[in-house]
Design a protein. Structure first.
Length: 426
């Protein structure tokens, strides 16, 4: 038999008369379709979530961070910024240290980022919500910008005054014994006055964790607060033309940095978050592949039953000259057809579900009367997704391969049938 004849027979066996085999075949096909659909939806959502988190991370963080040796500060940040400019990049001198924000009888620990707005303003995607008349631009000298969450916790509004305490200054107020057993007031205490700054407004990056734990101040105010010489910095934030393709520039920049300096890309600065996302996507992929695998076992069961019912027909084909390999290919093609049909229909279903995902979430929210993705808990308020052609092709091919492999055992059984025994009662 030629392949065309074998294909037609496989297609005919795939559509038997209305009996239990038809139902089992349909259930197996539906299982493949659902498995492929769920896999595509989950992988697309993981892609979209990864993209959304990367976008929010890059809104408030640099493409790379250049730091001096441990325990040192950068005396001349302009020298480092000049290196970045040679590679079509830009930089900003930054002081980033923990502070304690005080207002009346409330204290909140925060990370203070001191910088010059002229250097960072064009690169950070922050929504600056300035109060009218309080400042001409964000991070003006003598002002501070808070996240919305910090403002609510401290019960302050634009125009109010807050105090910033440096932990290093507070540590000078006490003396701790060498063994740490006793703590007492310092014998010679300096009078350290905390920085008094006016709230010029609030900021919002969309990353609630960052917004609620960070404050922005002017670079000169940060230098004064931490007893640093004006113009010095803890680190230099750098931005390059393409944050997703900067390996070559990064290596060249590292070669030009002074000895002991390090340059960390944003993927390394946020490697824990990005690593968790990648692990979650990989684990979800392998777990959900088992849905398709279960459907493949159902196909095996269906074809075993089909071989039993078609024993006489198989014997007749053998008697007419069909080789065992031809018989085997007929049933393998059945599994292949189920895989192709399930892969195609499942891919279409997955694409449609991805397109309608947020409509379905809103509908389910109205049905249950609950907000599915509240903004005070999740970093995104809508379910992001990005369809990747490679994911769709990979999932469809997995479905085809598993369904084809599921047909191998019944095909081998059919090929080993004895024609004489199969036709004994004909």
């Amino acid at each position: 038999m030629n392949l065309f004849t074998e294909f037609n027979m496989a297609r005919r066996y795939l559509r038997p008369k209305r009996n239990s085999i038809s139902v089992i075949t349909l259930i197996s096909l539906i299982g493949v379709i659902l498995g492929v659909t769920v896999l595509i939806v989950v992988l697309s959502i993981m892609n979209g979530l990864s993209d959304a988190i990367k976008e929010k991370l890059l809104k408030a963080s640099p493409h790379l961070q250049i730091s001096p040796p441990a325990g040192q500060i950068i005396e001349d940040p302009d020298q480092i910024i000049a290196i970045l400019k040679r590679y079509r990049g830009s930089g900003a001198a930054v002081v980033a240290r923990p502070v304690i924000v005080q207002t009346r009888n409330r204290l909140q620990p925060r990370l203070a980022i001191g910088a010059d707005y002229a250097q960072i303003g064009a690169h950070v995607g922050i929504n600056w919500q300035l109060a009218a008349g309080t400042a001409k631009q964000p991070m003006a000298p003598g002002t501070i910008l808070l996240g919305q969450g910090t403002g609510r916790q401290l019960f302050v509004t634009a125009g109010d005054t807050v105090l910033l305490h440096s932990p290093a200054q507070l540590m000078k107020l006490v003396e701790i014994s060498g063994d740490g057993a006793s703590v007492q007031a310092a014998g010679e205490r300096e009078i350290n006055i905390p920085a008094e700054l006016t709230i010029s407004g609030f900021f919002d990056t969309g990353n609630r964790d960052f917004d609620d734990n960070t404050v922005f101040v002017n670079l000169d105010d940060a230098n004064d607060l931490f007893d640093m010489r004006w113009g010095t910095a803890d680190t230099v934030y750098g931005w390059l033309p393409d944050p997703f393709d900067m390996d070559r520039e990064l290596e060249q920049i590292r070669a030009e940095l002074p000895p002991g300096y390090t340059a960390q890309p944003w993927t390394q600065l946020h490697q824990k978050v990005l690593g968790v996302l990648q692990v979650e996507k990989t684990m979800m992929f392998f777990l959900l592949v088992f849905i398709v695998l279960v459907a493949a076992f159902s196909i095996t069961n269906t074809l075993v039953t089909t071989v039993h019912q078609k024993t006489r027909e198989i014997g007749l084909l053998n008697a007419l000259g069909a080789t065992p390999f031809s018989i085997m290919r007929i049933f393998i093609m059945q599994g292949l057809l189920v895989g192709i049909i399930g892969g195609v229909l499942g891919s279409i279903g997955g694409i449609l579900m991805v397109q309608w995902r947020n409509d379905m979430i809103r509908w389910f929210g109205r049905l249950t009367g609950r907000e599915i993705m509240p903004d005070n808990i999740y970093i995104v308020t809508e379910l992001p997704a990005r369809l990747a052609a490679s994911d769709i092709v990979t999932v469809a091919l997995i479905a085809v391969v598993l369904c084809t492999l599921g047909a191998v055992l019944p095909a081998l059984r059919a090929a080993r049938l004895d024609p004489a025994r199969a036709l004994r009662y004909e």
